[in-house]
Design a protein around this ligand. Structure first.
Ligand code: CA
Length: 241
């Protein structure tokens, strides 16, 4: 059935693979098992899964090498990867994520945790529901009609600027790091530089014209959308003083 997500389990230890597969199946997933890199590649050539659970230490090519390769292939670059491994060091975790893994689970793990992470990663990759319109100060965004207005003035935004503004309006007043924005707006940021965020923020500010100052640069931290831009607050507070 198409609505049962397919998970490819790449794991050389049969006991672990079996445990993972049984639990996934009981929870509505289809699973296939590959015990080394060559058979994993064959499975992928036969059909792209919805998610890959990838053991780090494999005979032959390591999970890290496989993750890097799948990330660069057009067929597999969007498939979420969760690394499974006994290596739990911070540096290993970073290496796994740098290789393109979406998440990382250290062995031994509970099957409950595994399922939660599998679901979270799939949810993150799923297209966002259209949702309701959001309003911050005079700024209004309607995802259904793709319209943005500031007061009575309509604003014309590109698709990325629209998505960026939508996300920032949904969490107004909060500061977002560039990495967080890449993760939330671009989805998979492995091959996108953080500088890209600055480029789109600049474009967004320009497109927002008078409302552009609502997006504040928070030095050393990132960006924030606020209904009370500091430049304006300062002026009105000065006026009130
Ligand atoms: Ca292993």
């Amino acid at each position: 059935m198409r609505n049962m997500p397919a998970v490819l389990v790449v794991e050389d230890e049969p006991a672990i693979a079996e445990l993972v597969a049984v639990n996934l199946r009981h929870n509505g997933f289809r699973t296939t098992w590959a015990m080394d890199s060559a058979s994993a590649q064959r499975e992928i050539d036969a059909g792209v899964p919805d998610l890959i659970l990838l053991d780090w230490m494999l005979p032959g090519e390591s999970g890290l090498v496989l993750a890097k390769r799948w990330r660069t292939h057009p067929r597999t670059k969007d498939v979420p990867i969760i690394m499974l491994t006994a290596r739990g060091d911070e540096s290993d975790r970073v290496a796994g994520l740098d290789a393109g893994a979406d998440d990382y689970i250290a062995k031994p793990f509970s099957t409950k945790e595994l399922l939660a992470r599998v679901r979270a990663v799939l949810r993150r990759r799923a297209p966002e529901p259209v949702g309701e319109s959001v309003k911050v100060g005079e700024l209004m965004l309607d995802p259904a009609t793709h319209r943005v207005t500031f007061g009575a003035q309509p604003l014309k935004l590109g698709p990325t600027e629209f998505k960026l503004l939508h996300f920032m309006m949904g969490s107004a007043e909060r500061v977002h790091s560039r990495a967080n924005l890449l993760d939330k707006v671009w989805g998979d940021h492995v091959y996108i530089e953080e500088r890209t965020v600055d480029v789109h923020v600049k474009r967004l500010r320009e497109a927002m014209a008078g409302a552009g100052c609502m997006i504040e640069t928070v030095r050393g931290a990132g960006y924030r959308l606020t209904a009370r831009p500091e430049s304006v607050v300062t002026q009105s507070e000065k006026a009130g003083a």
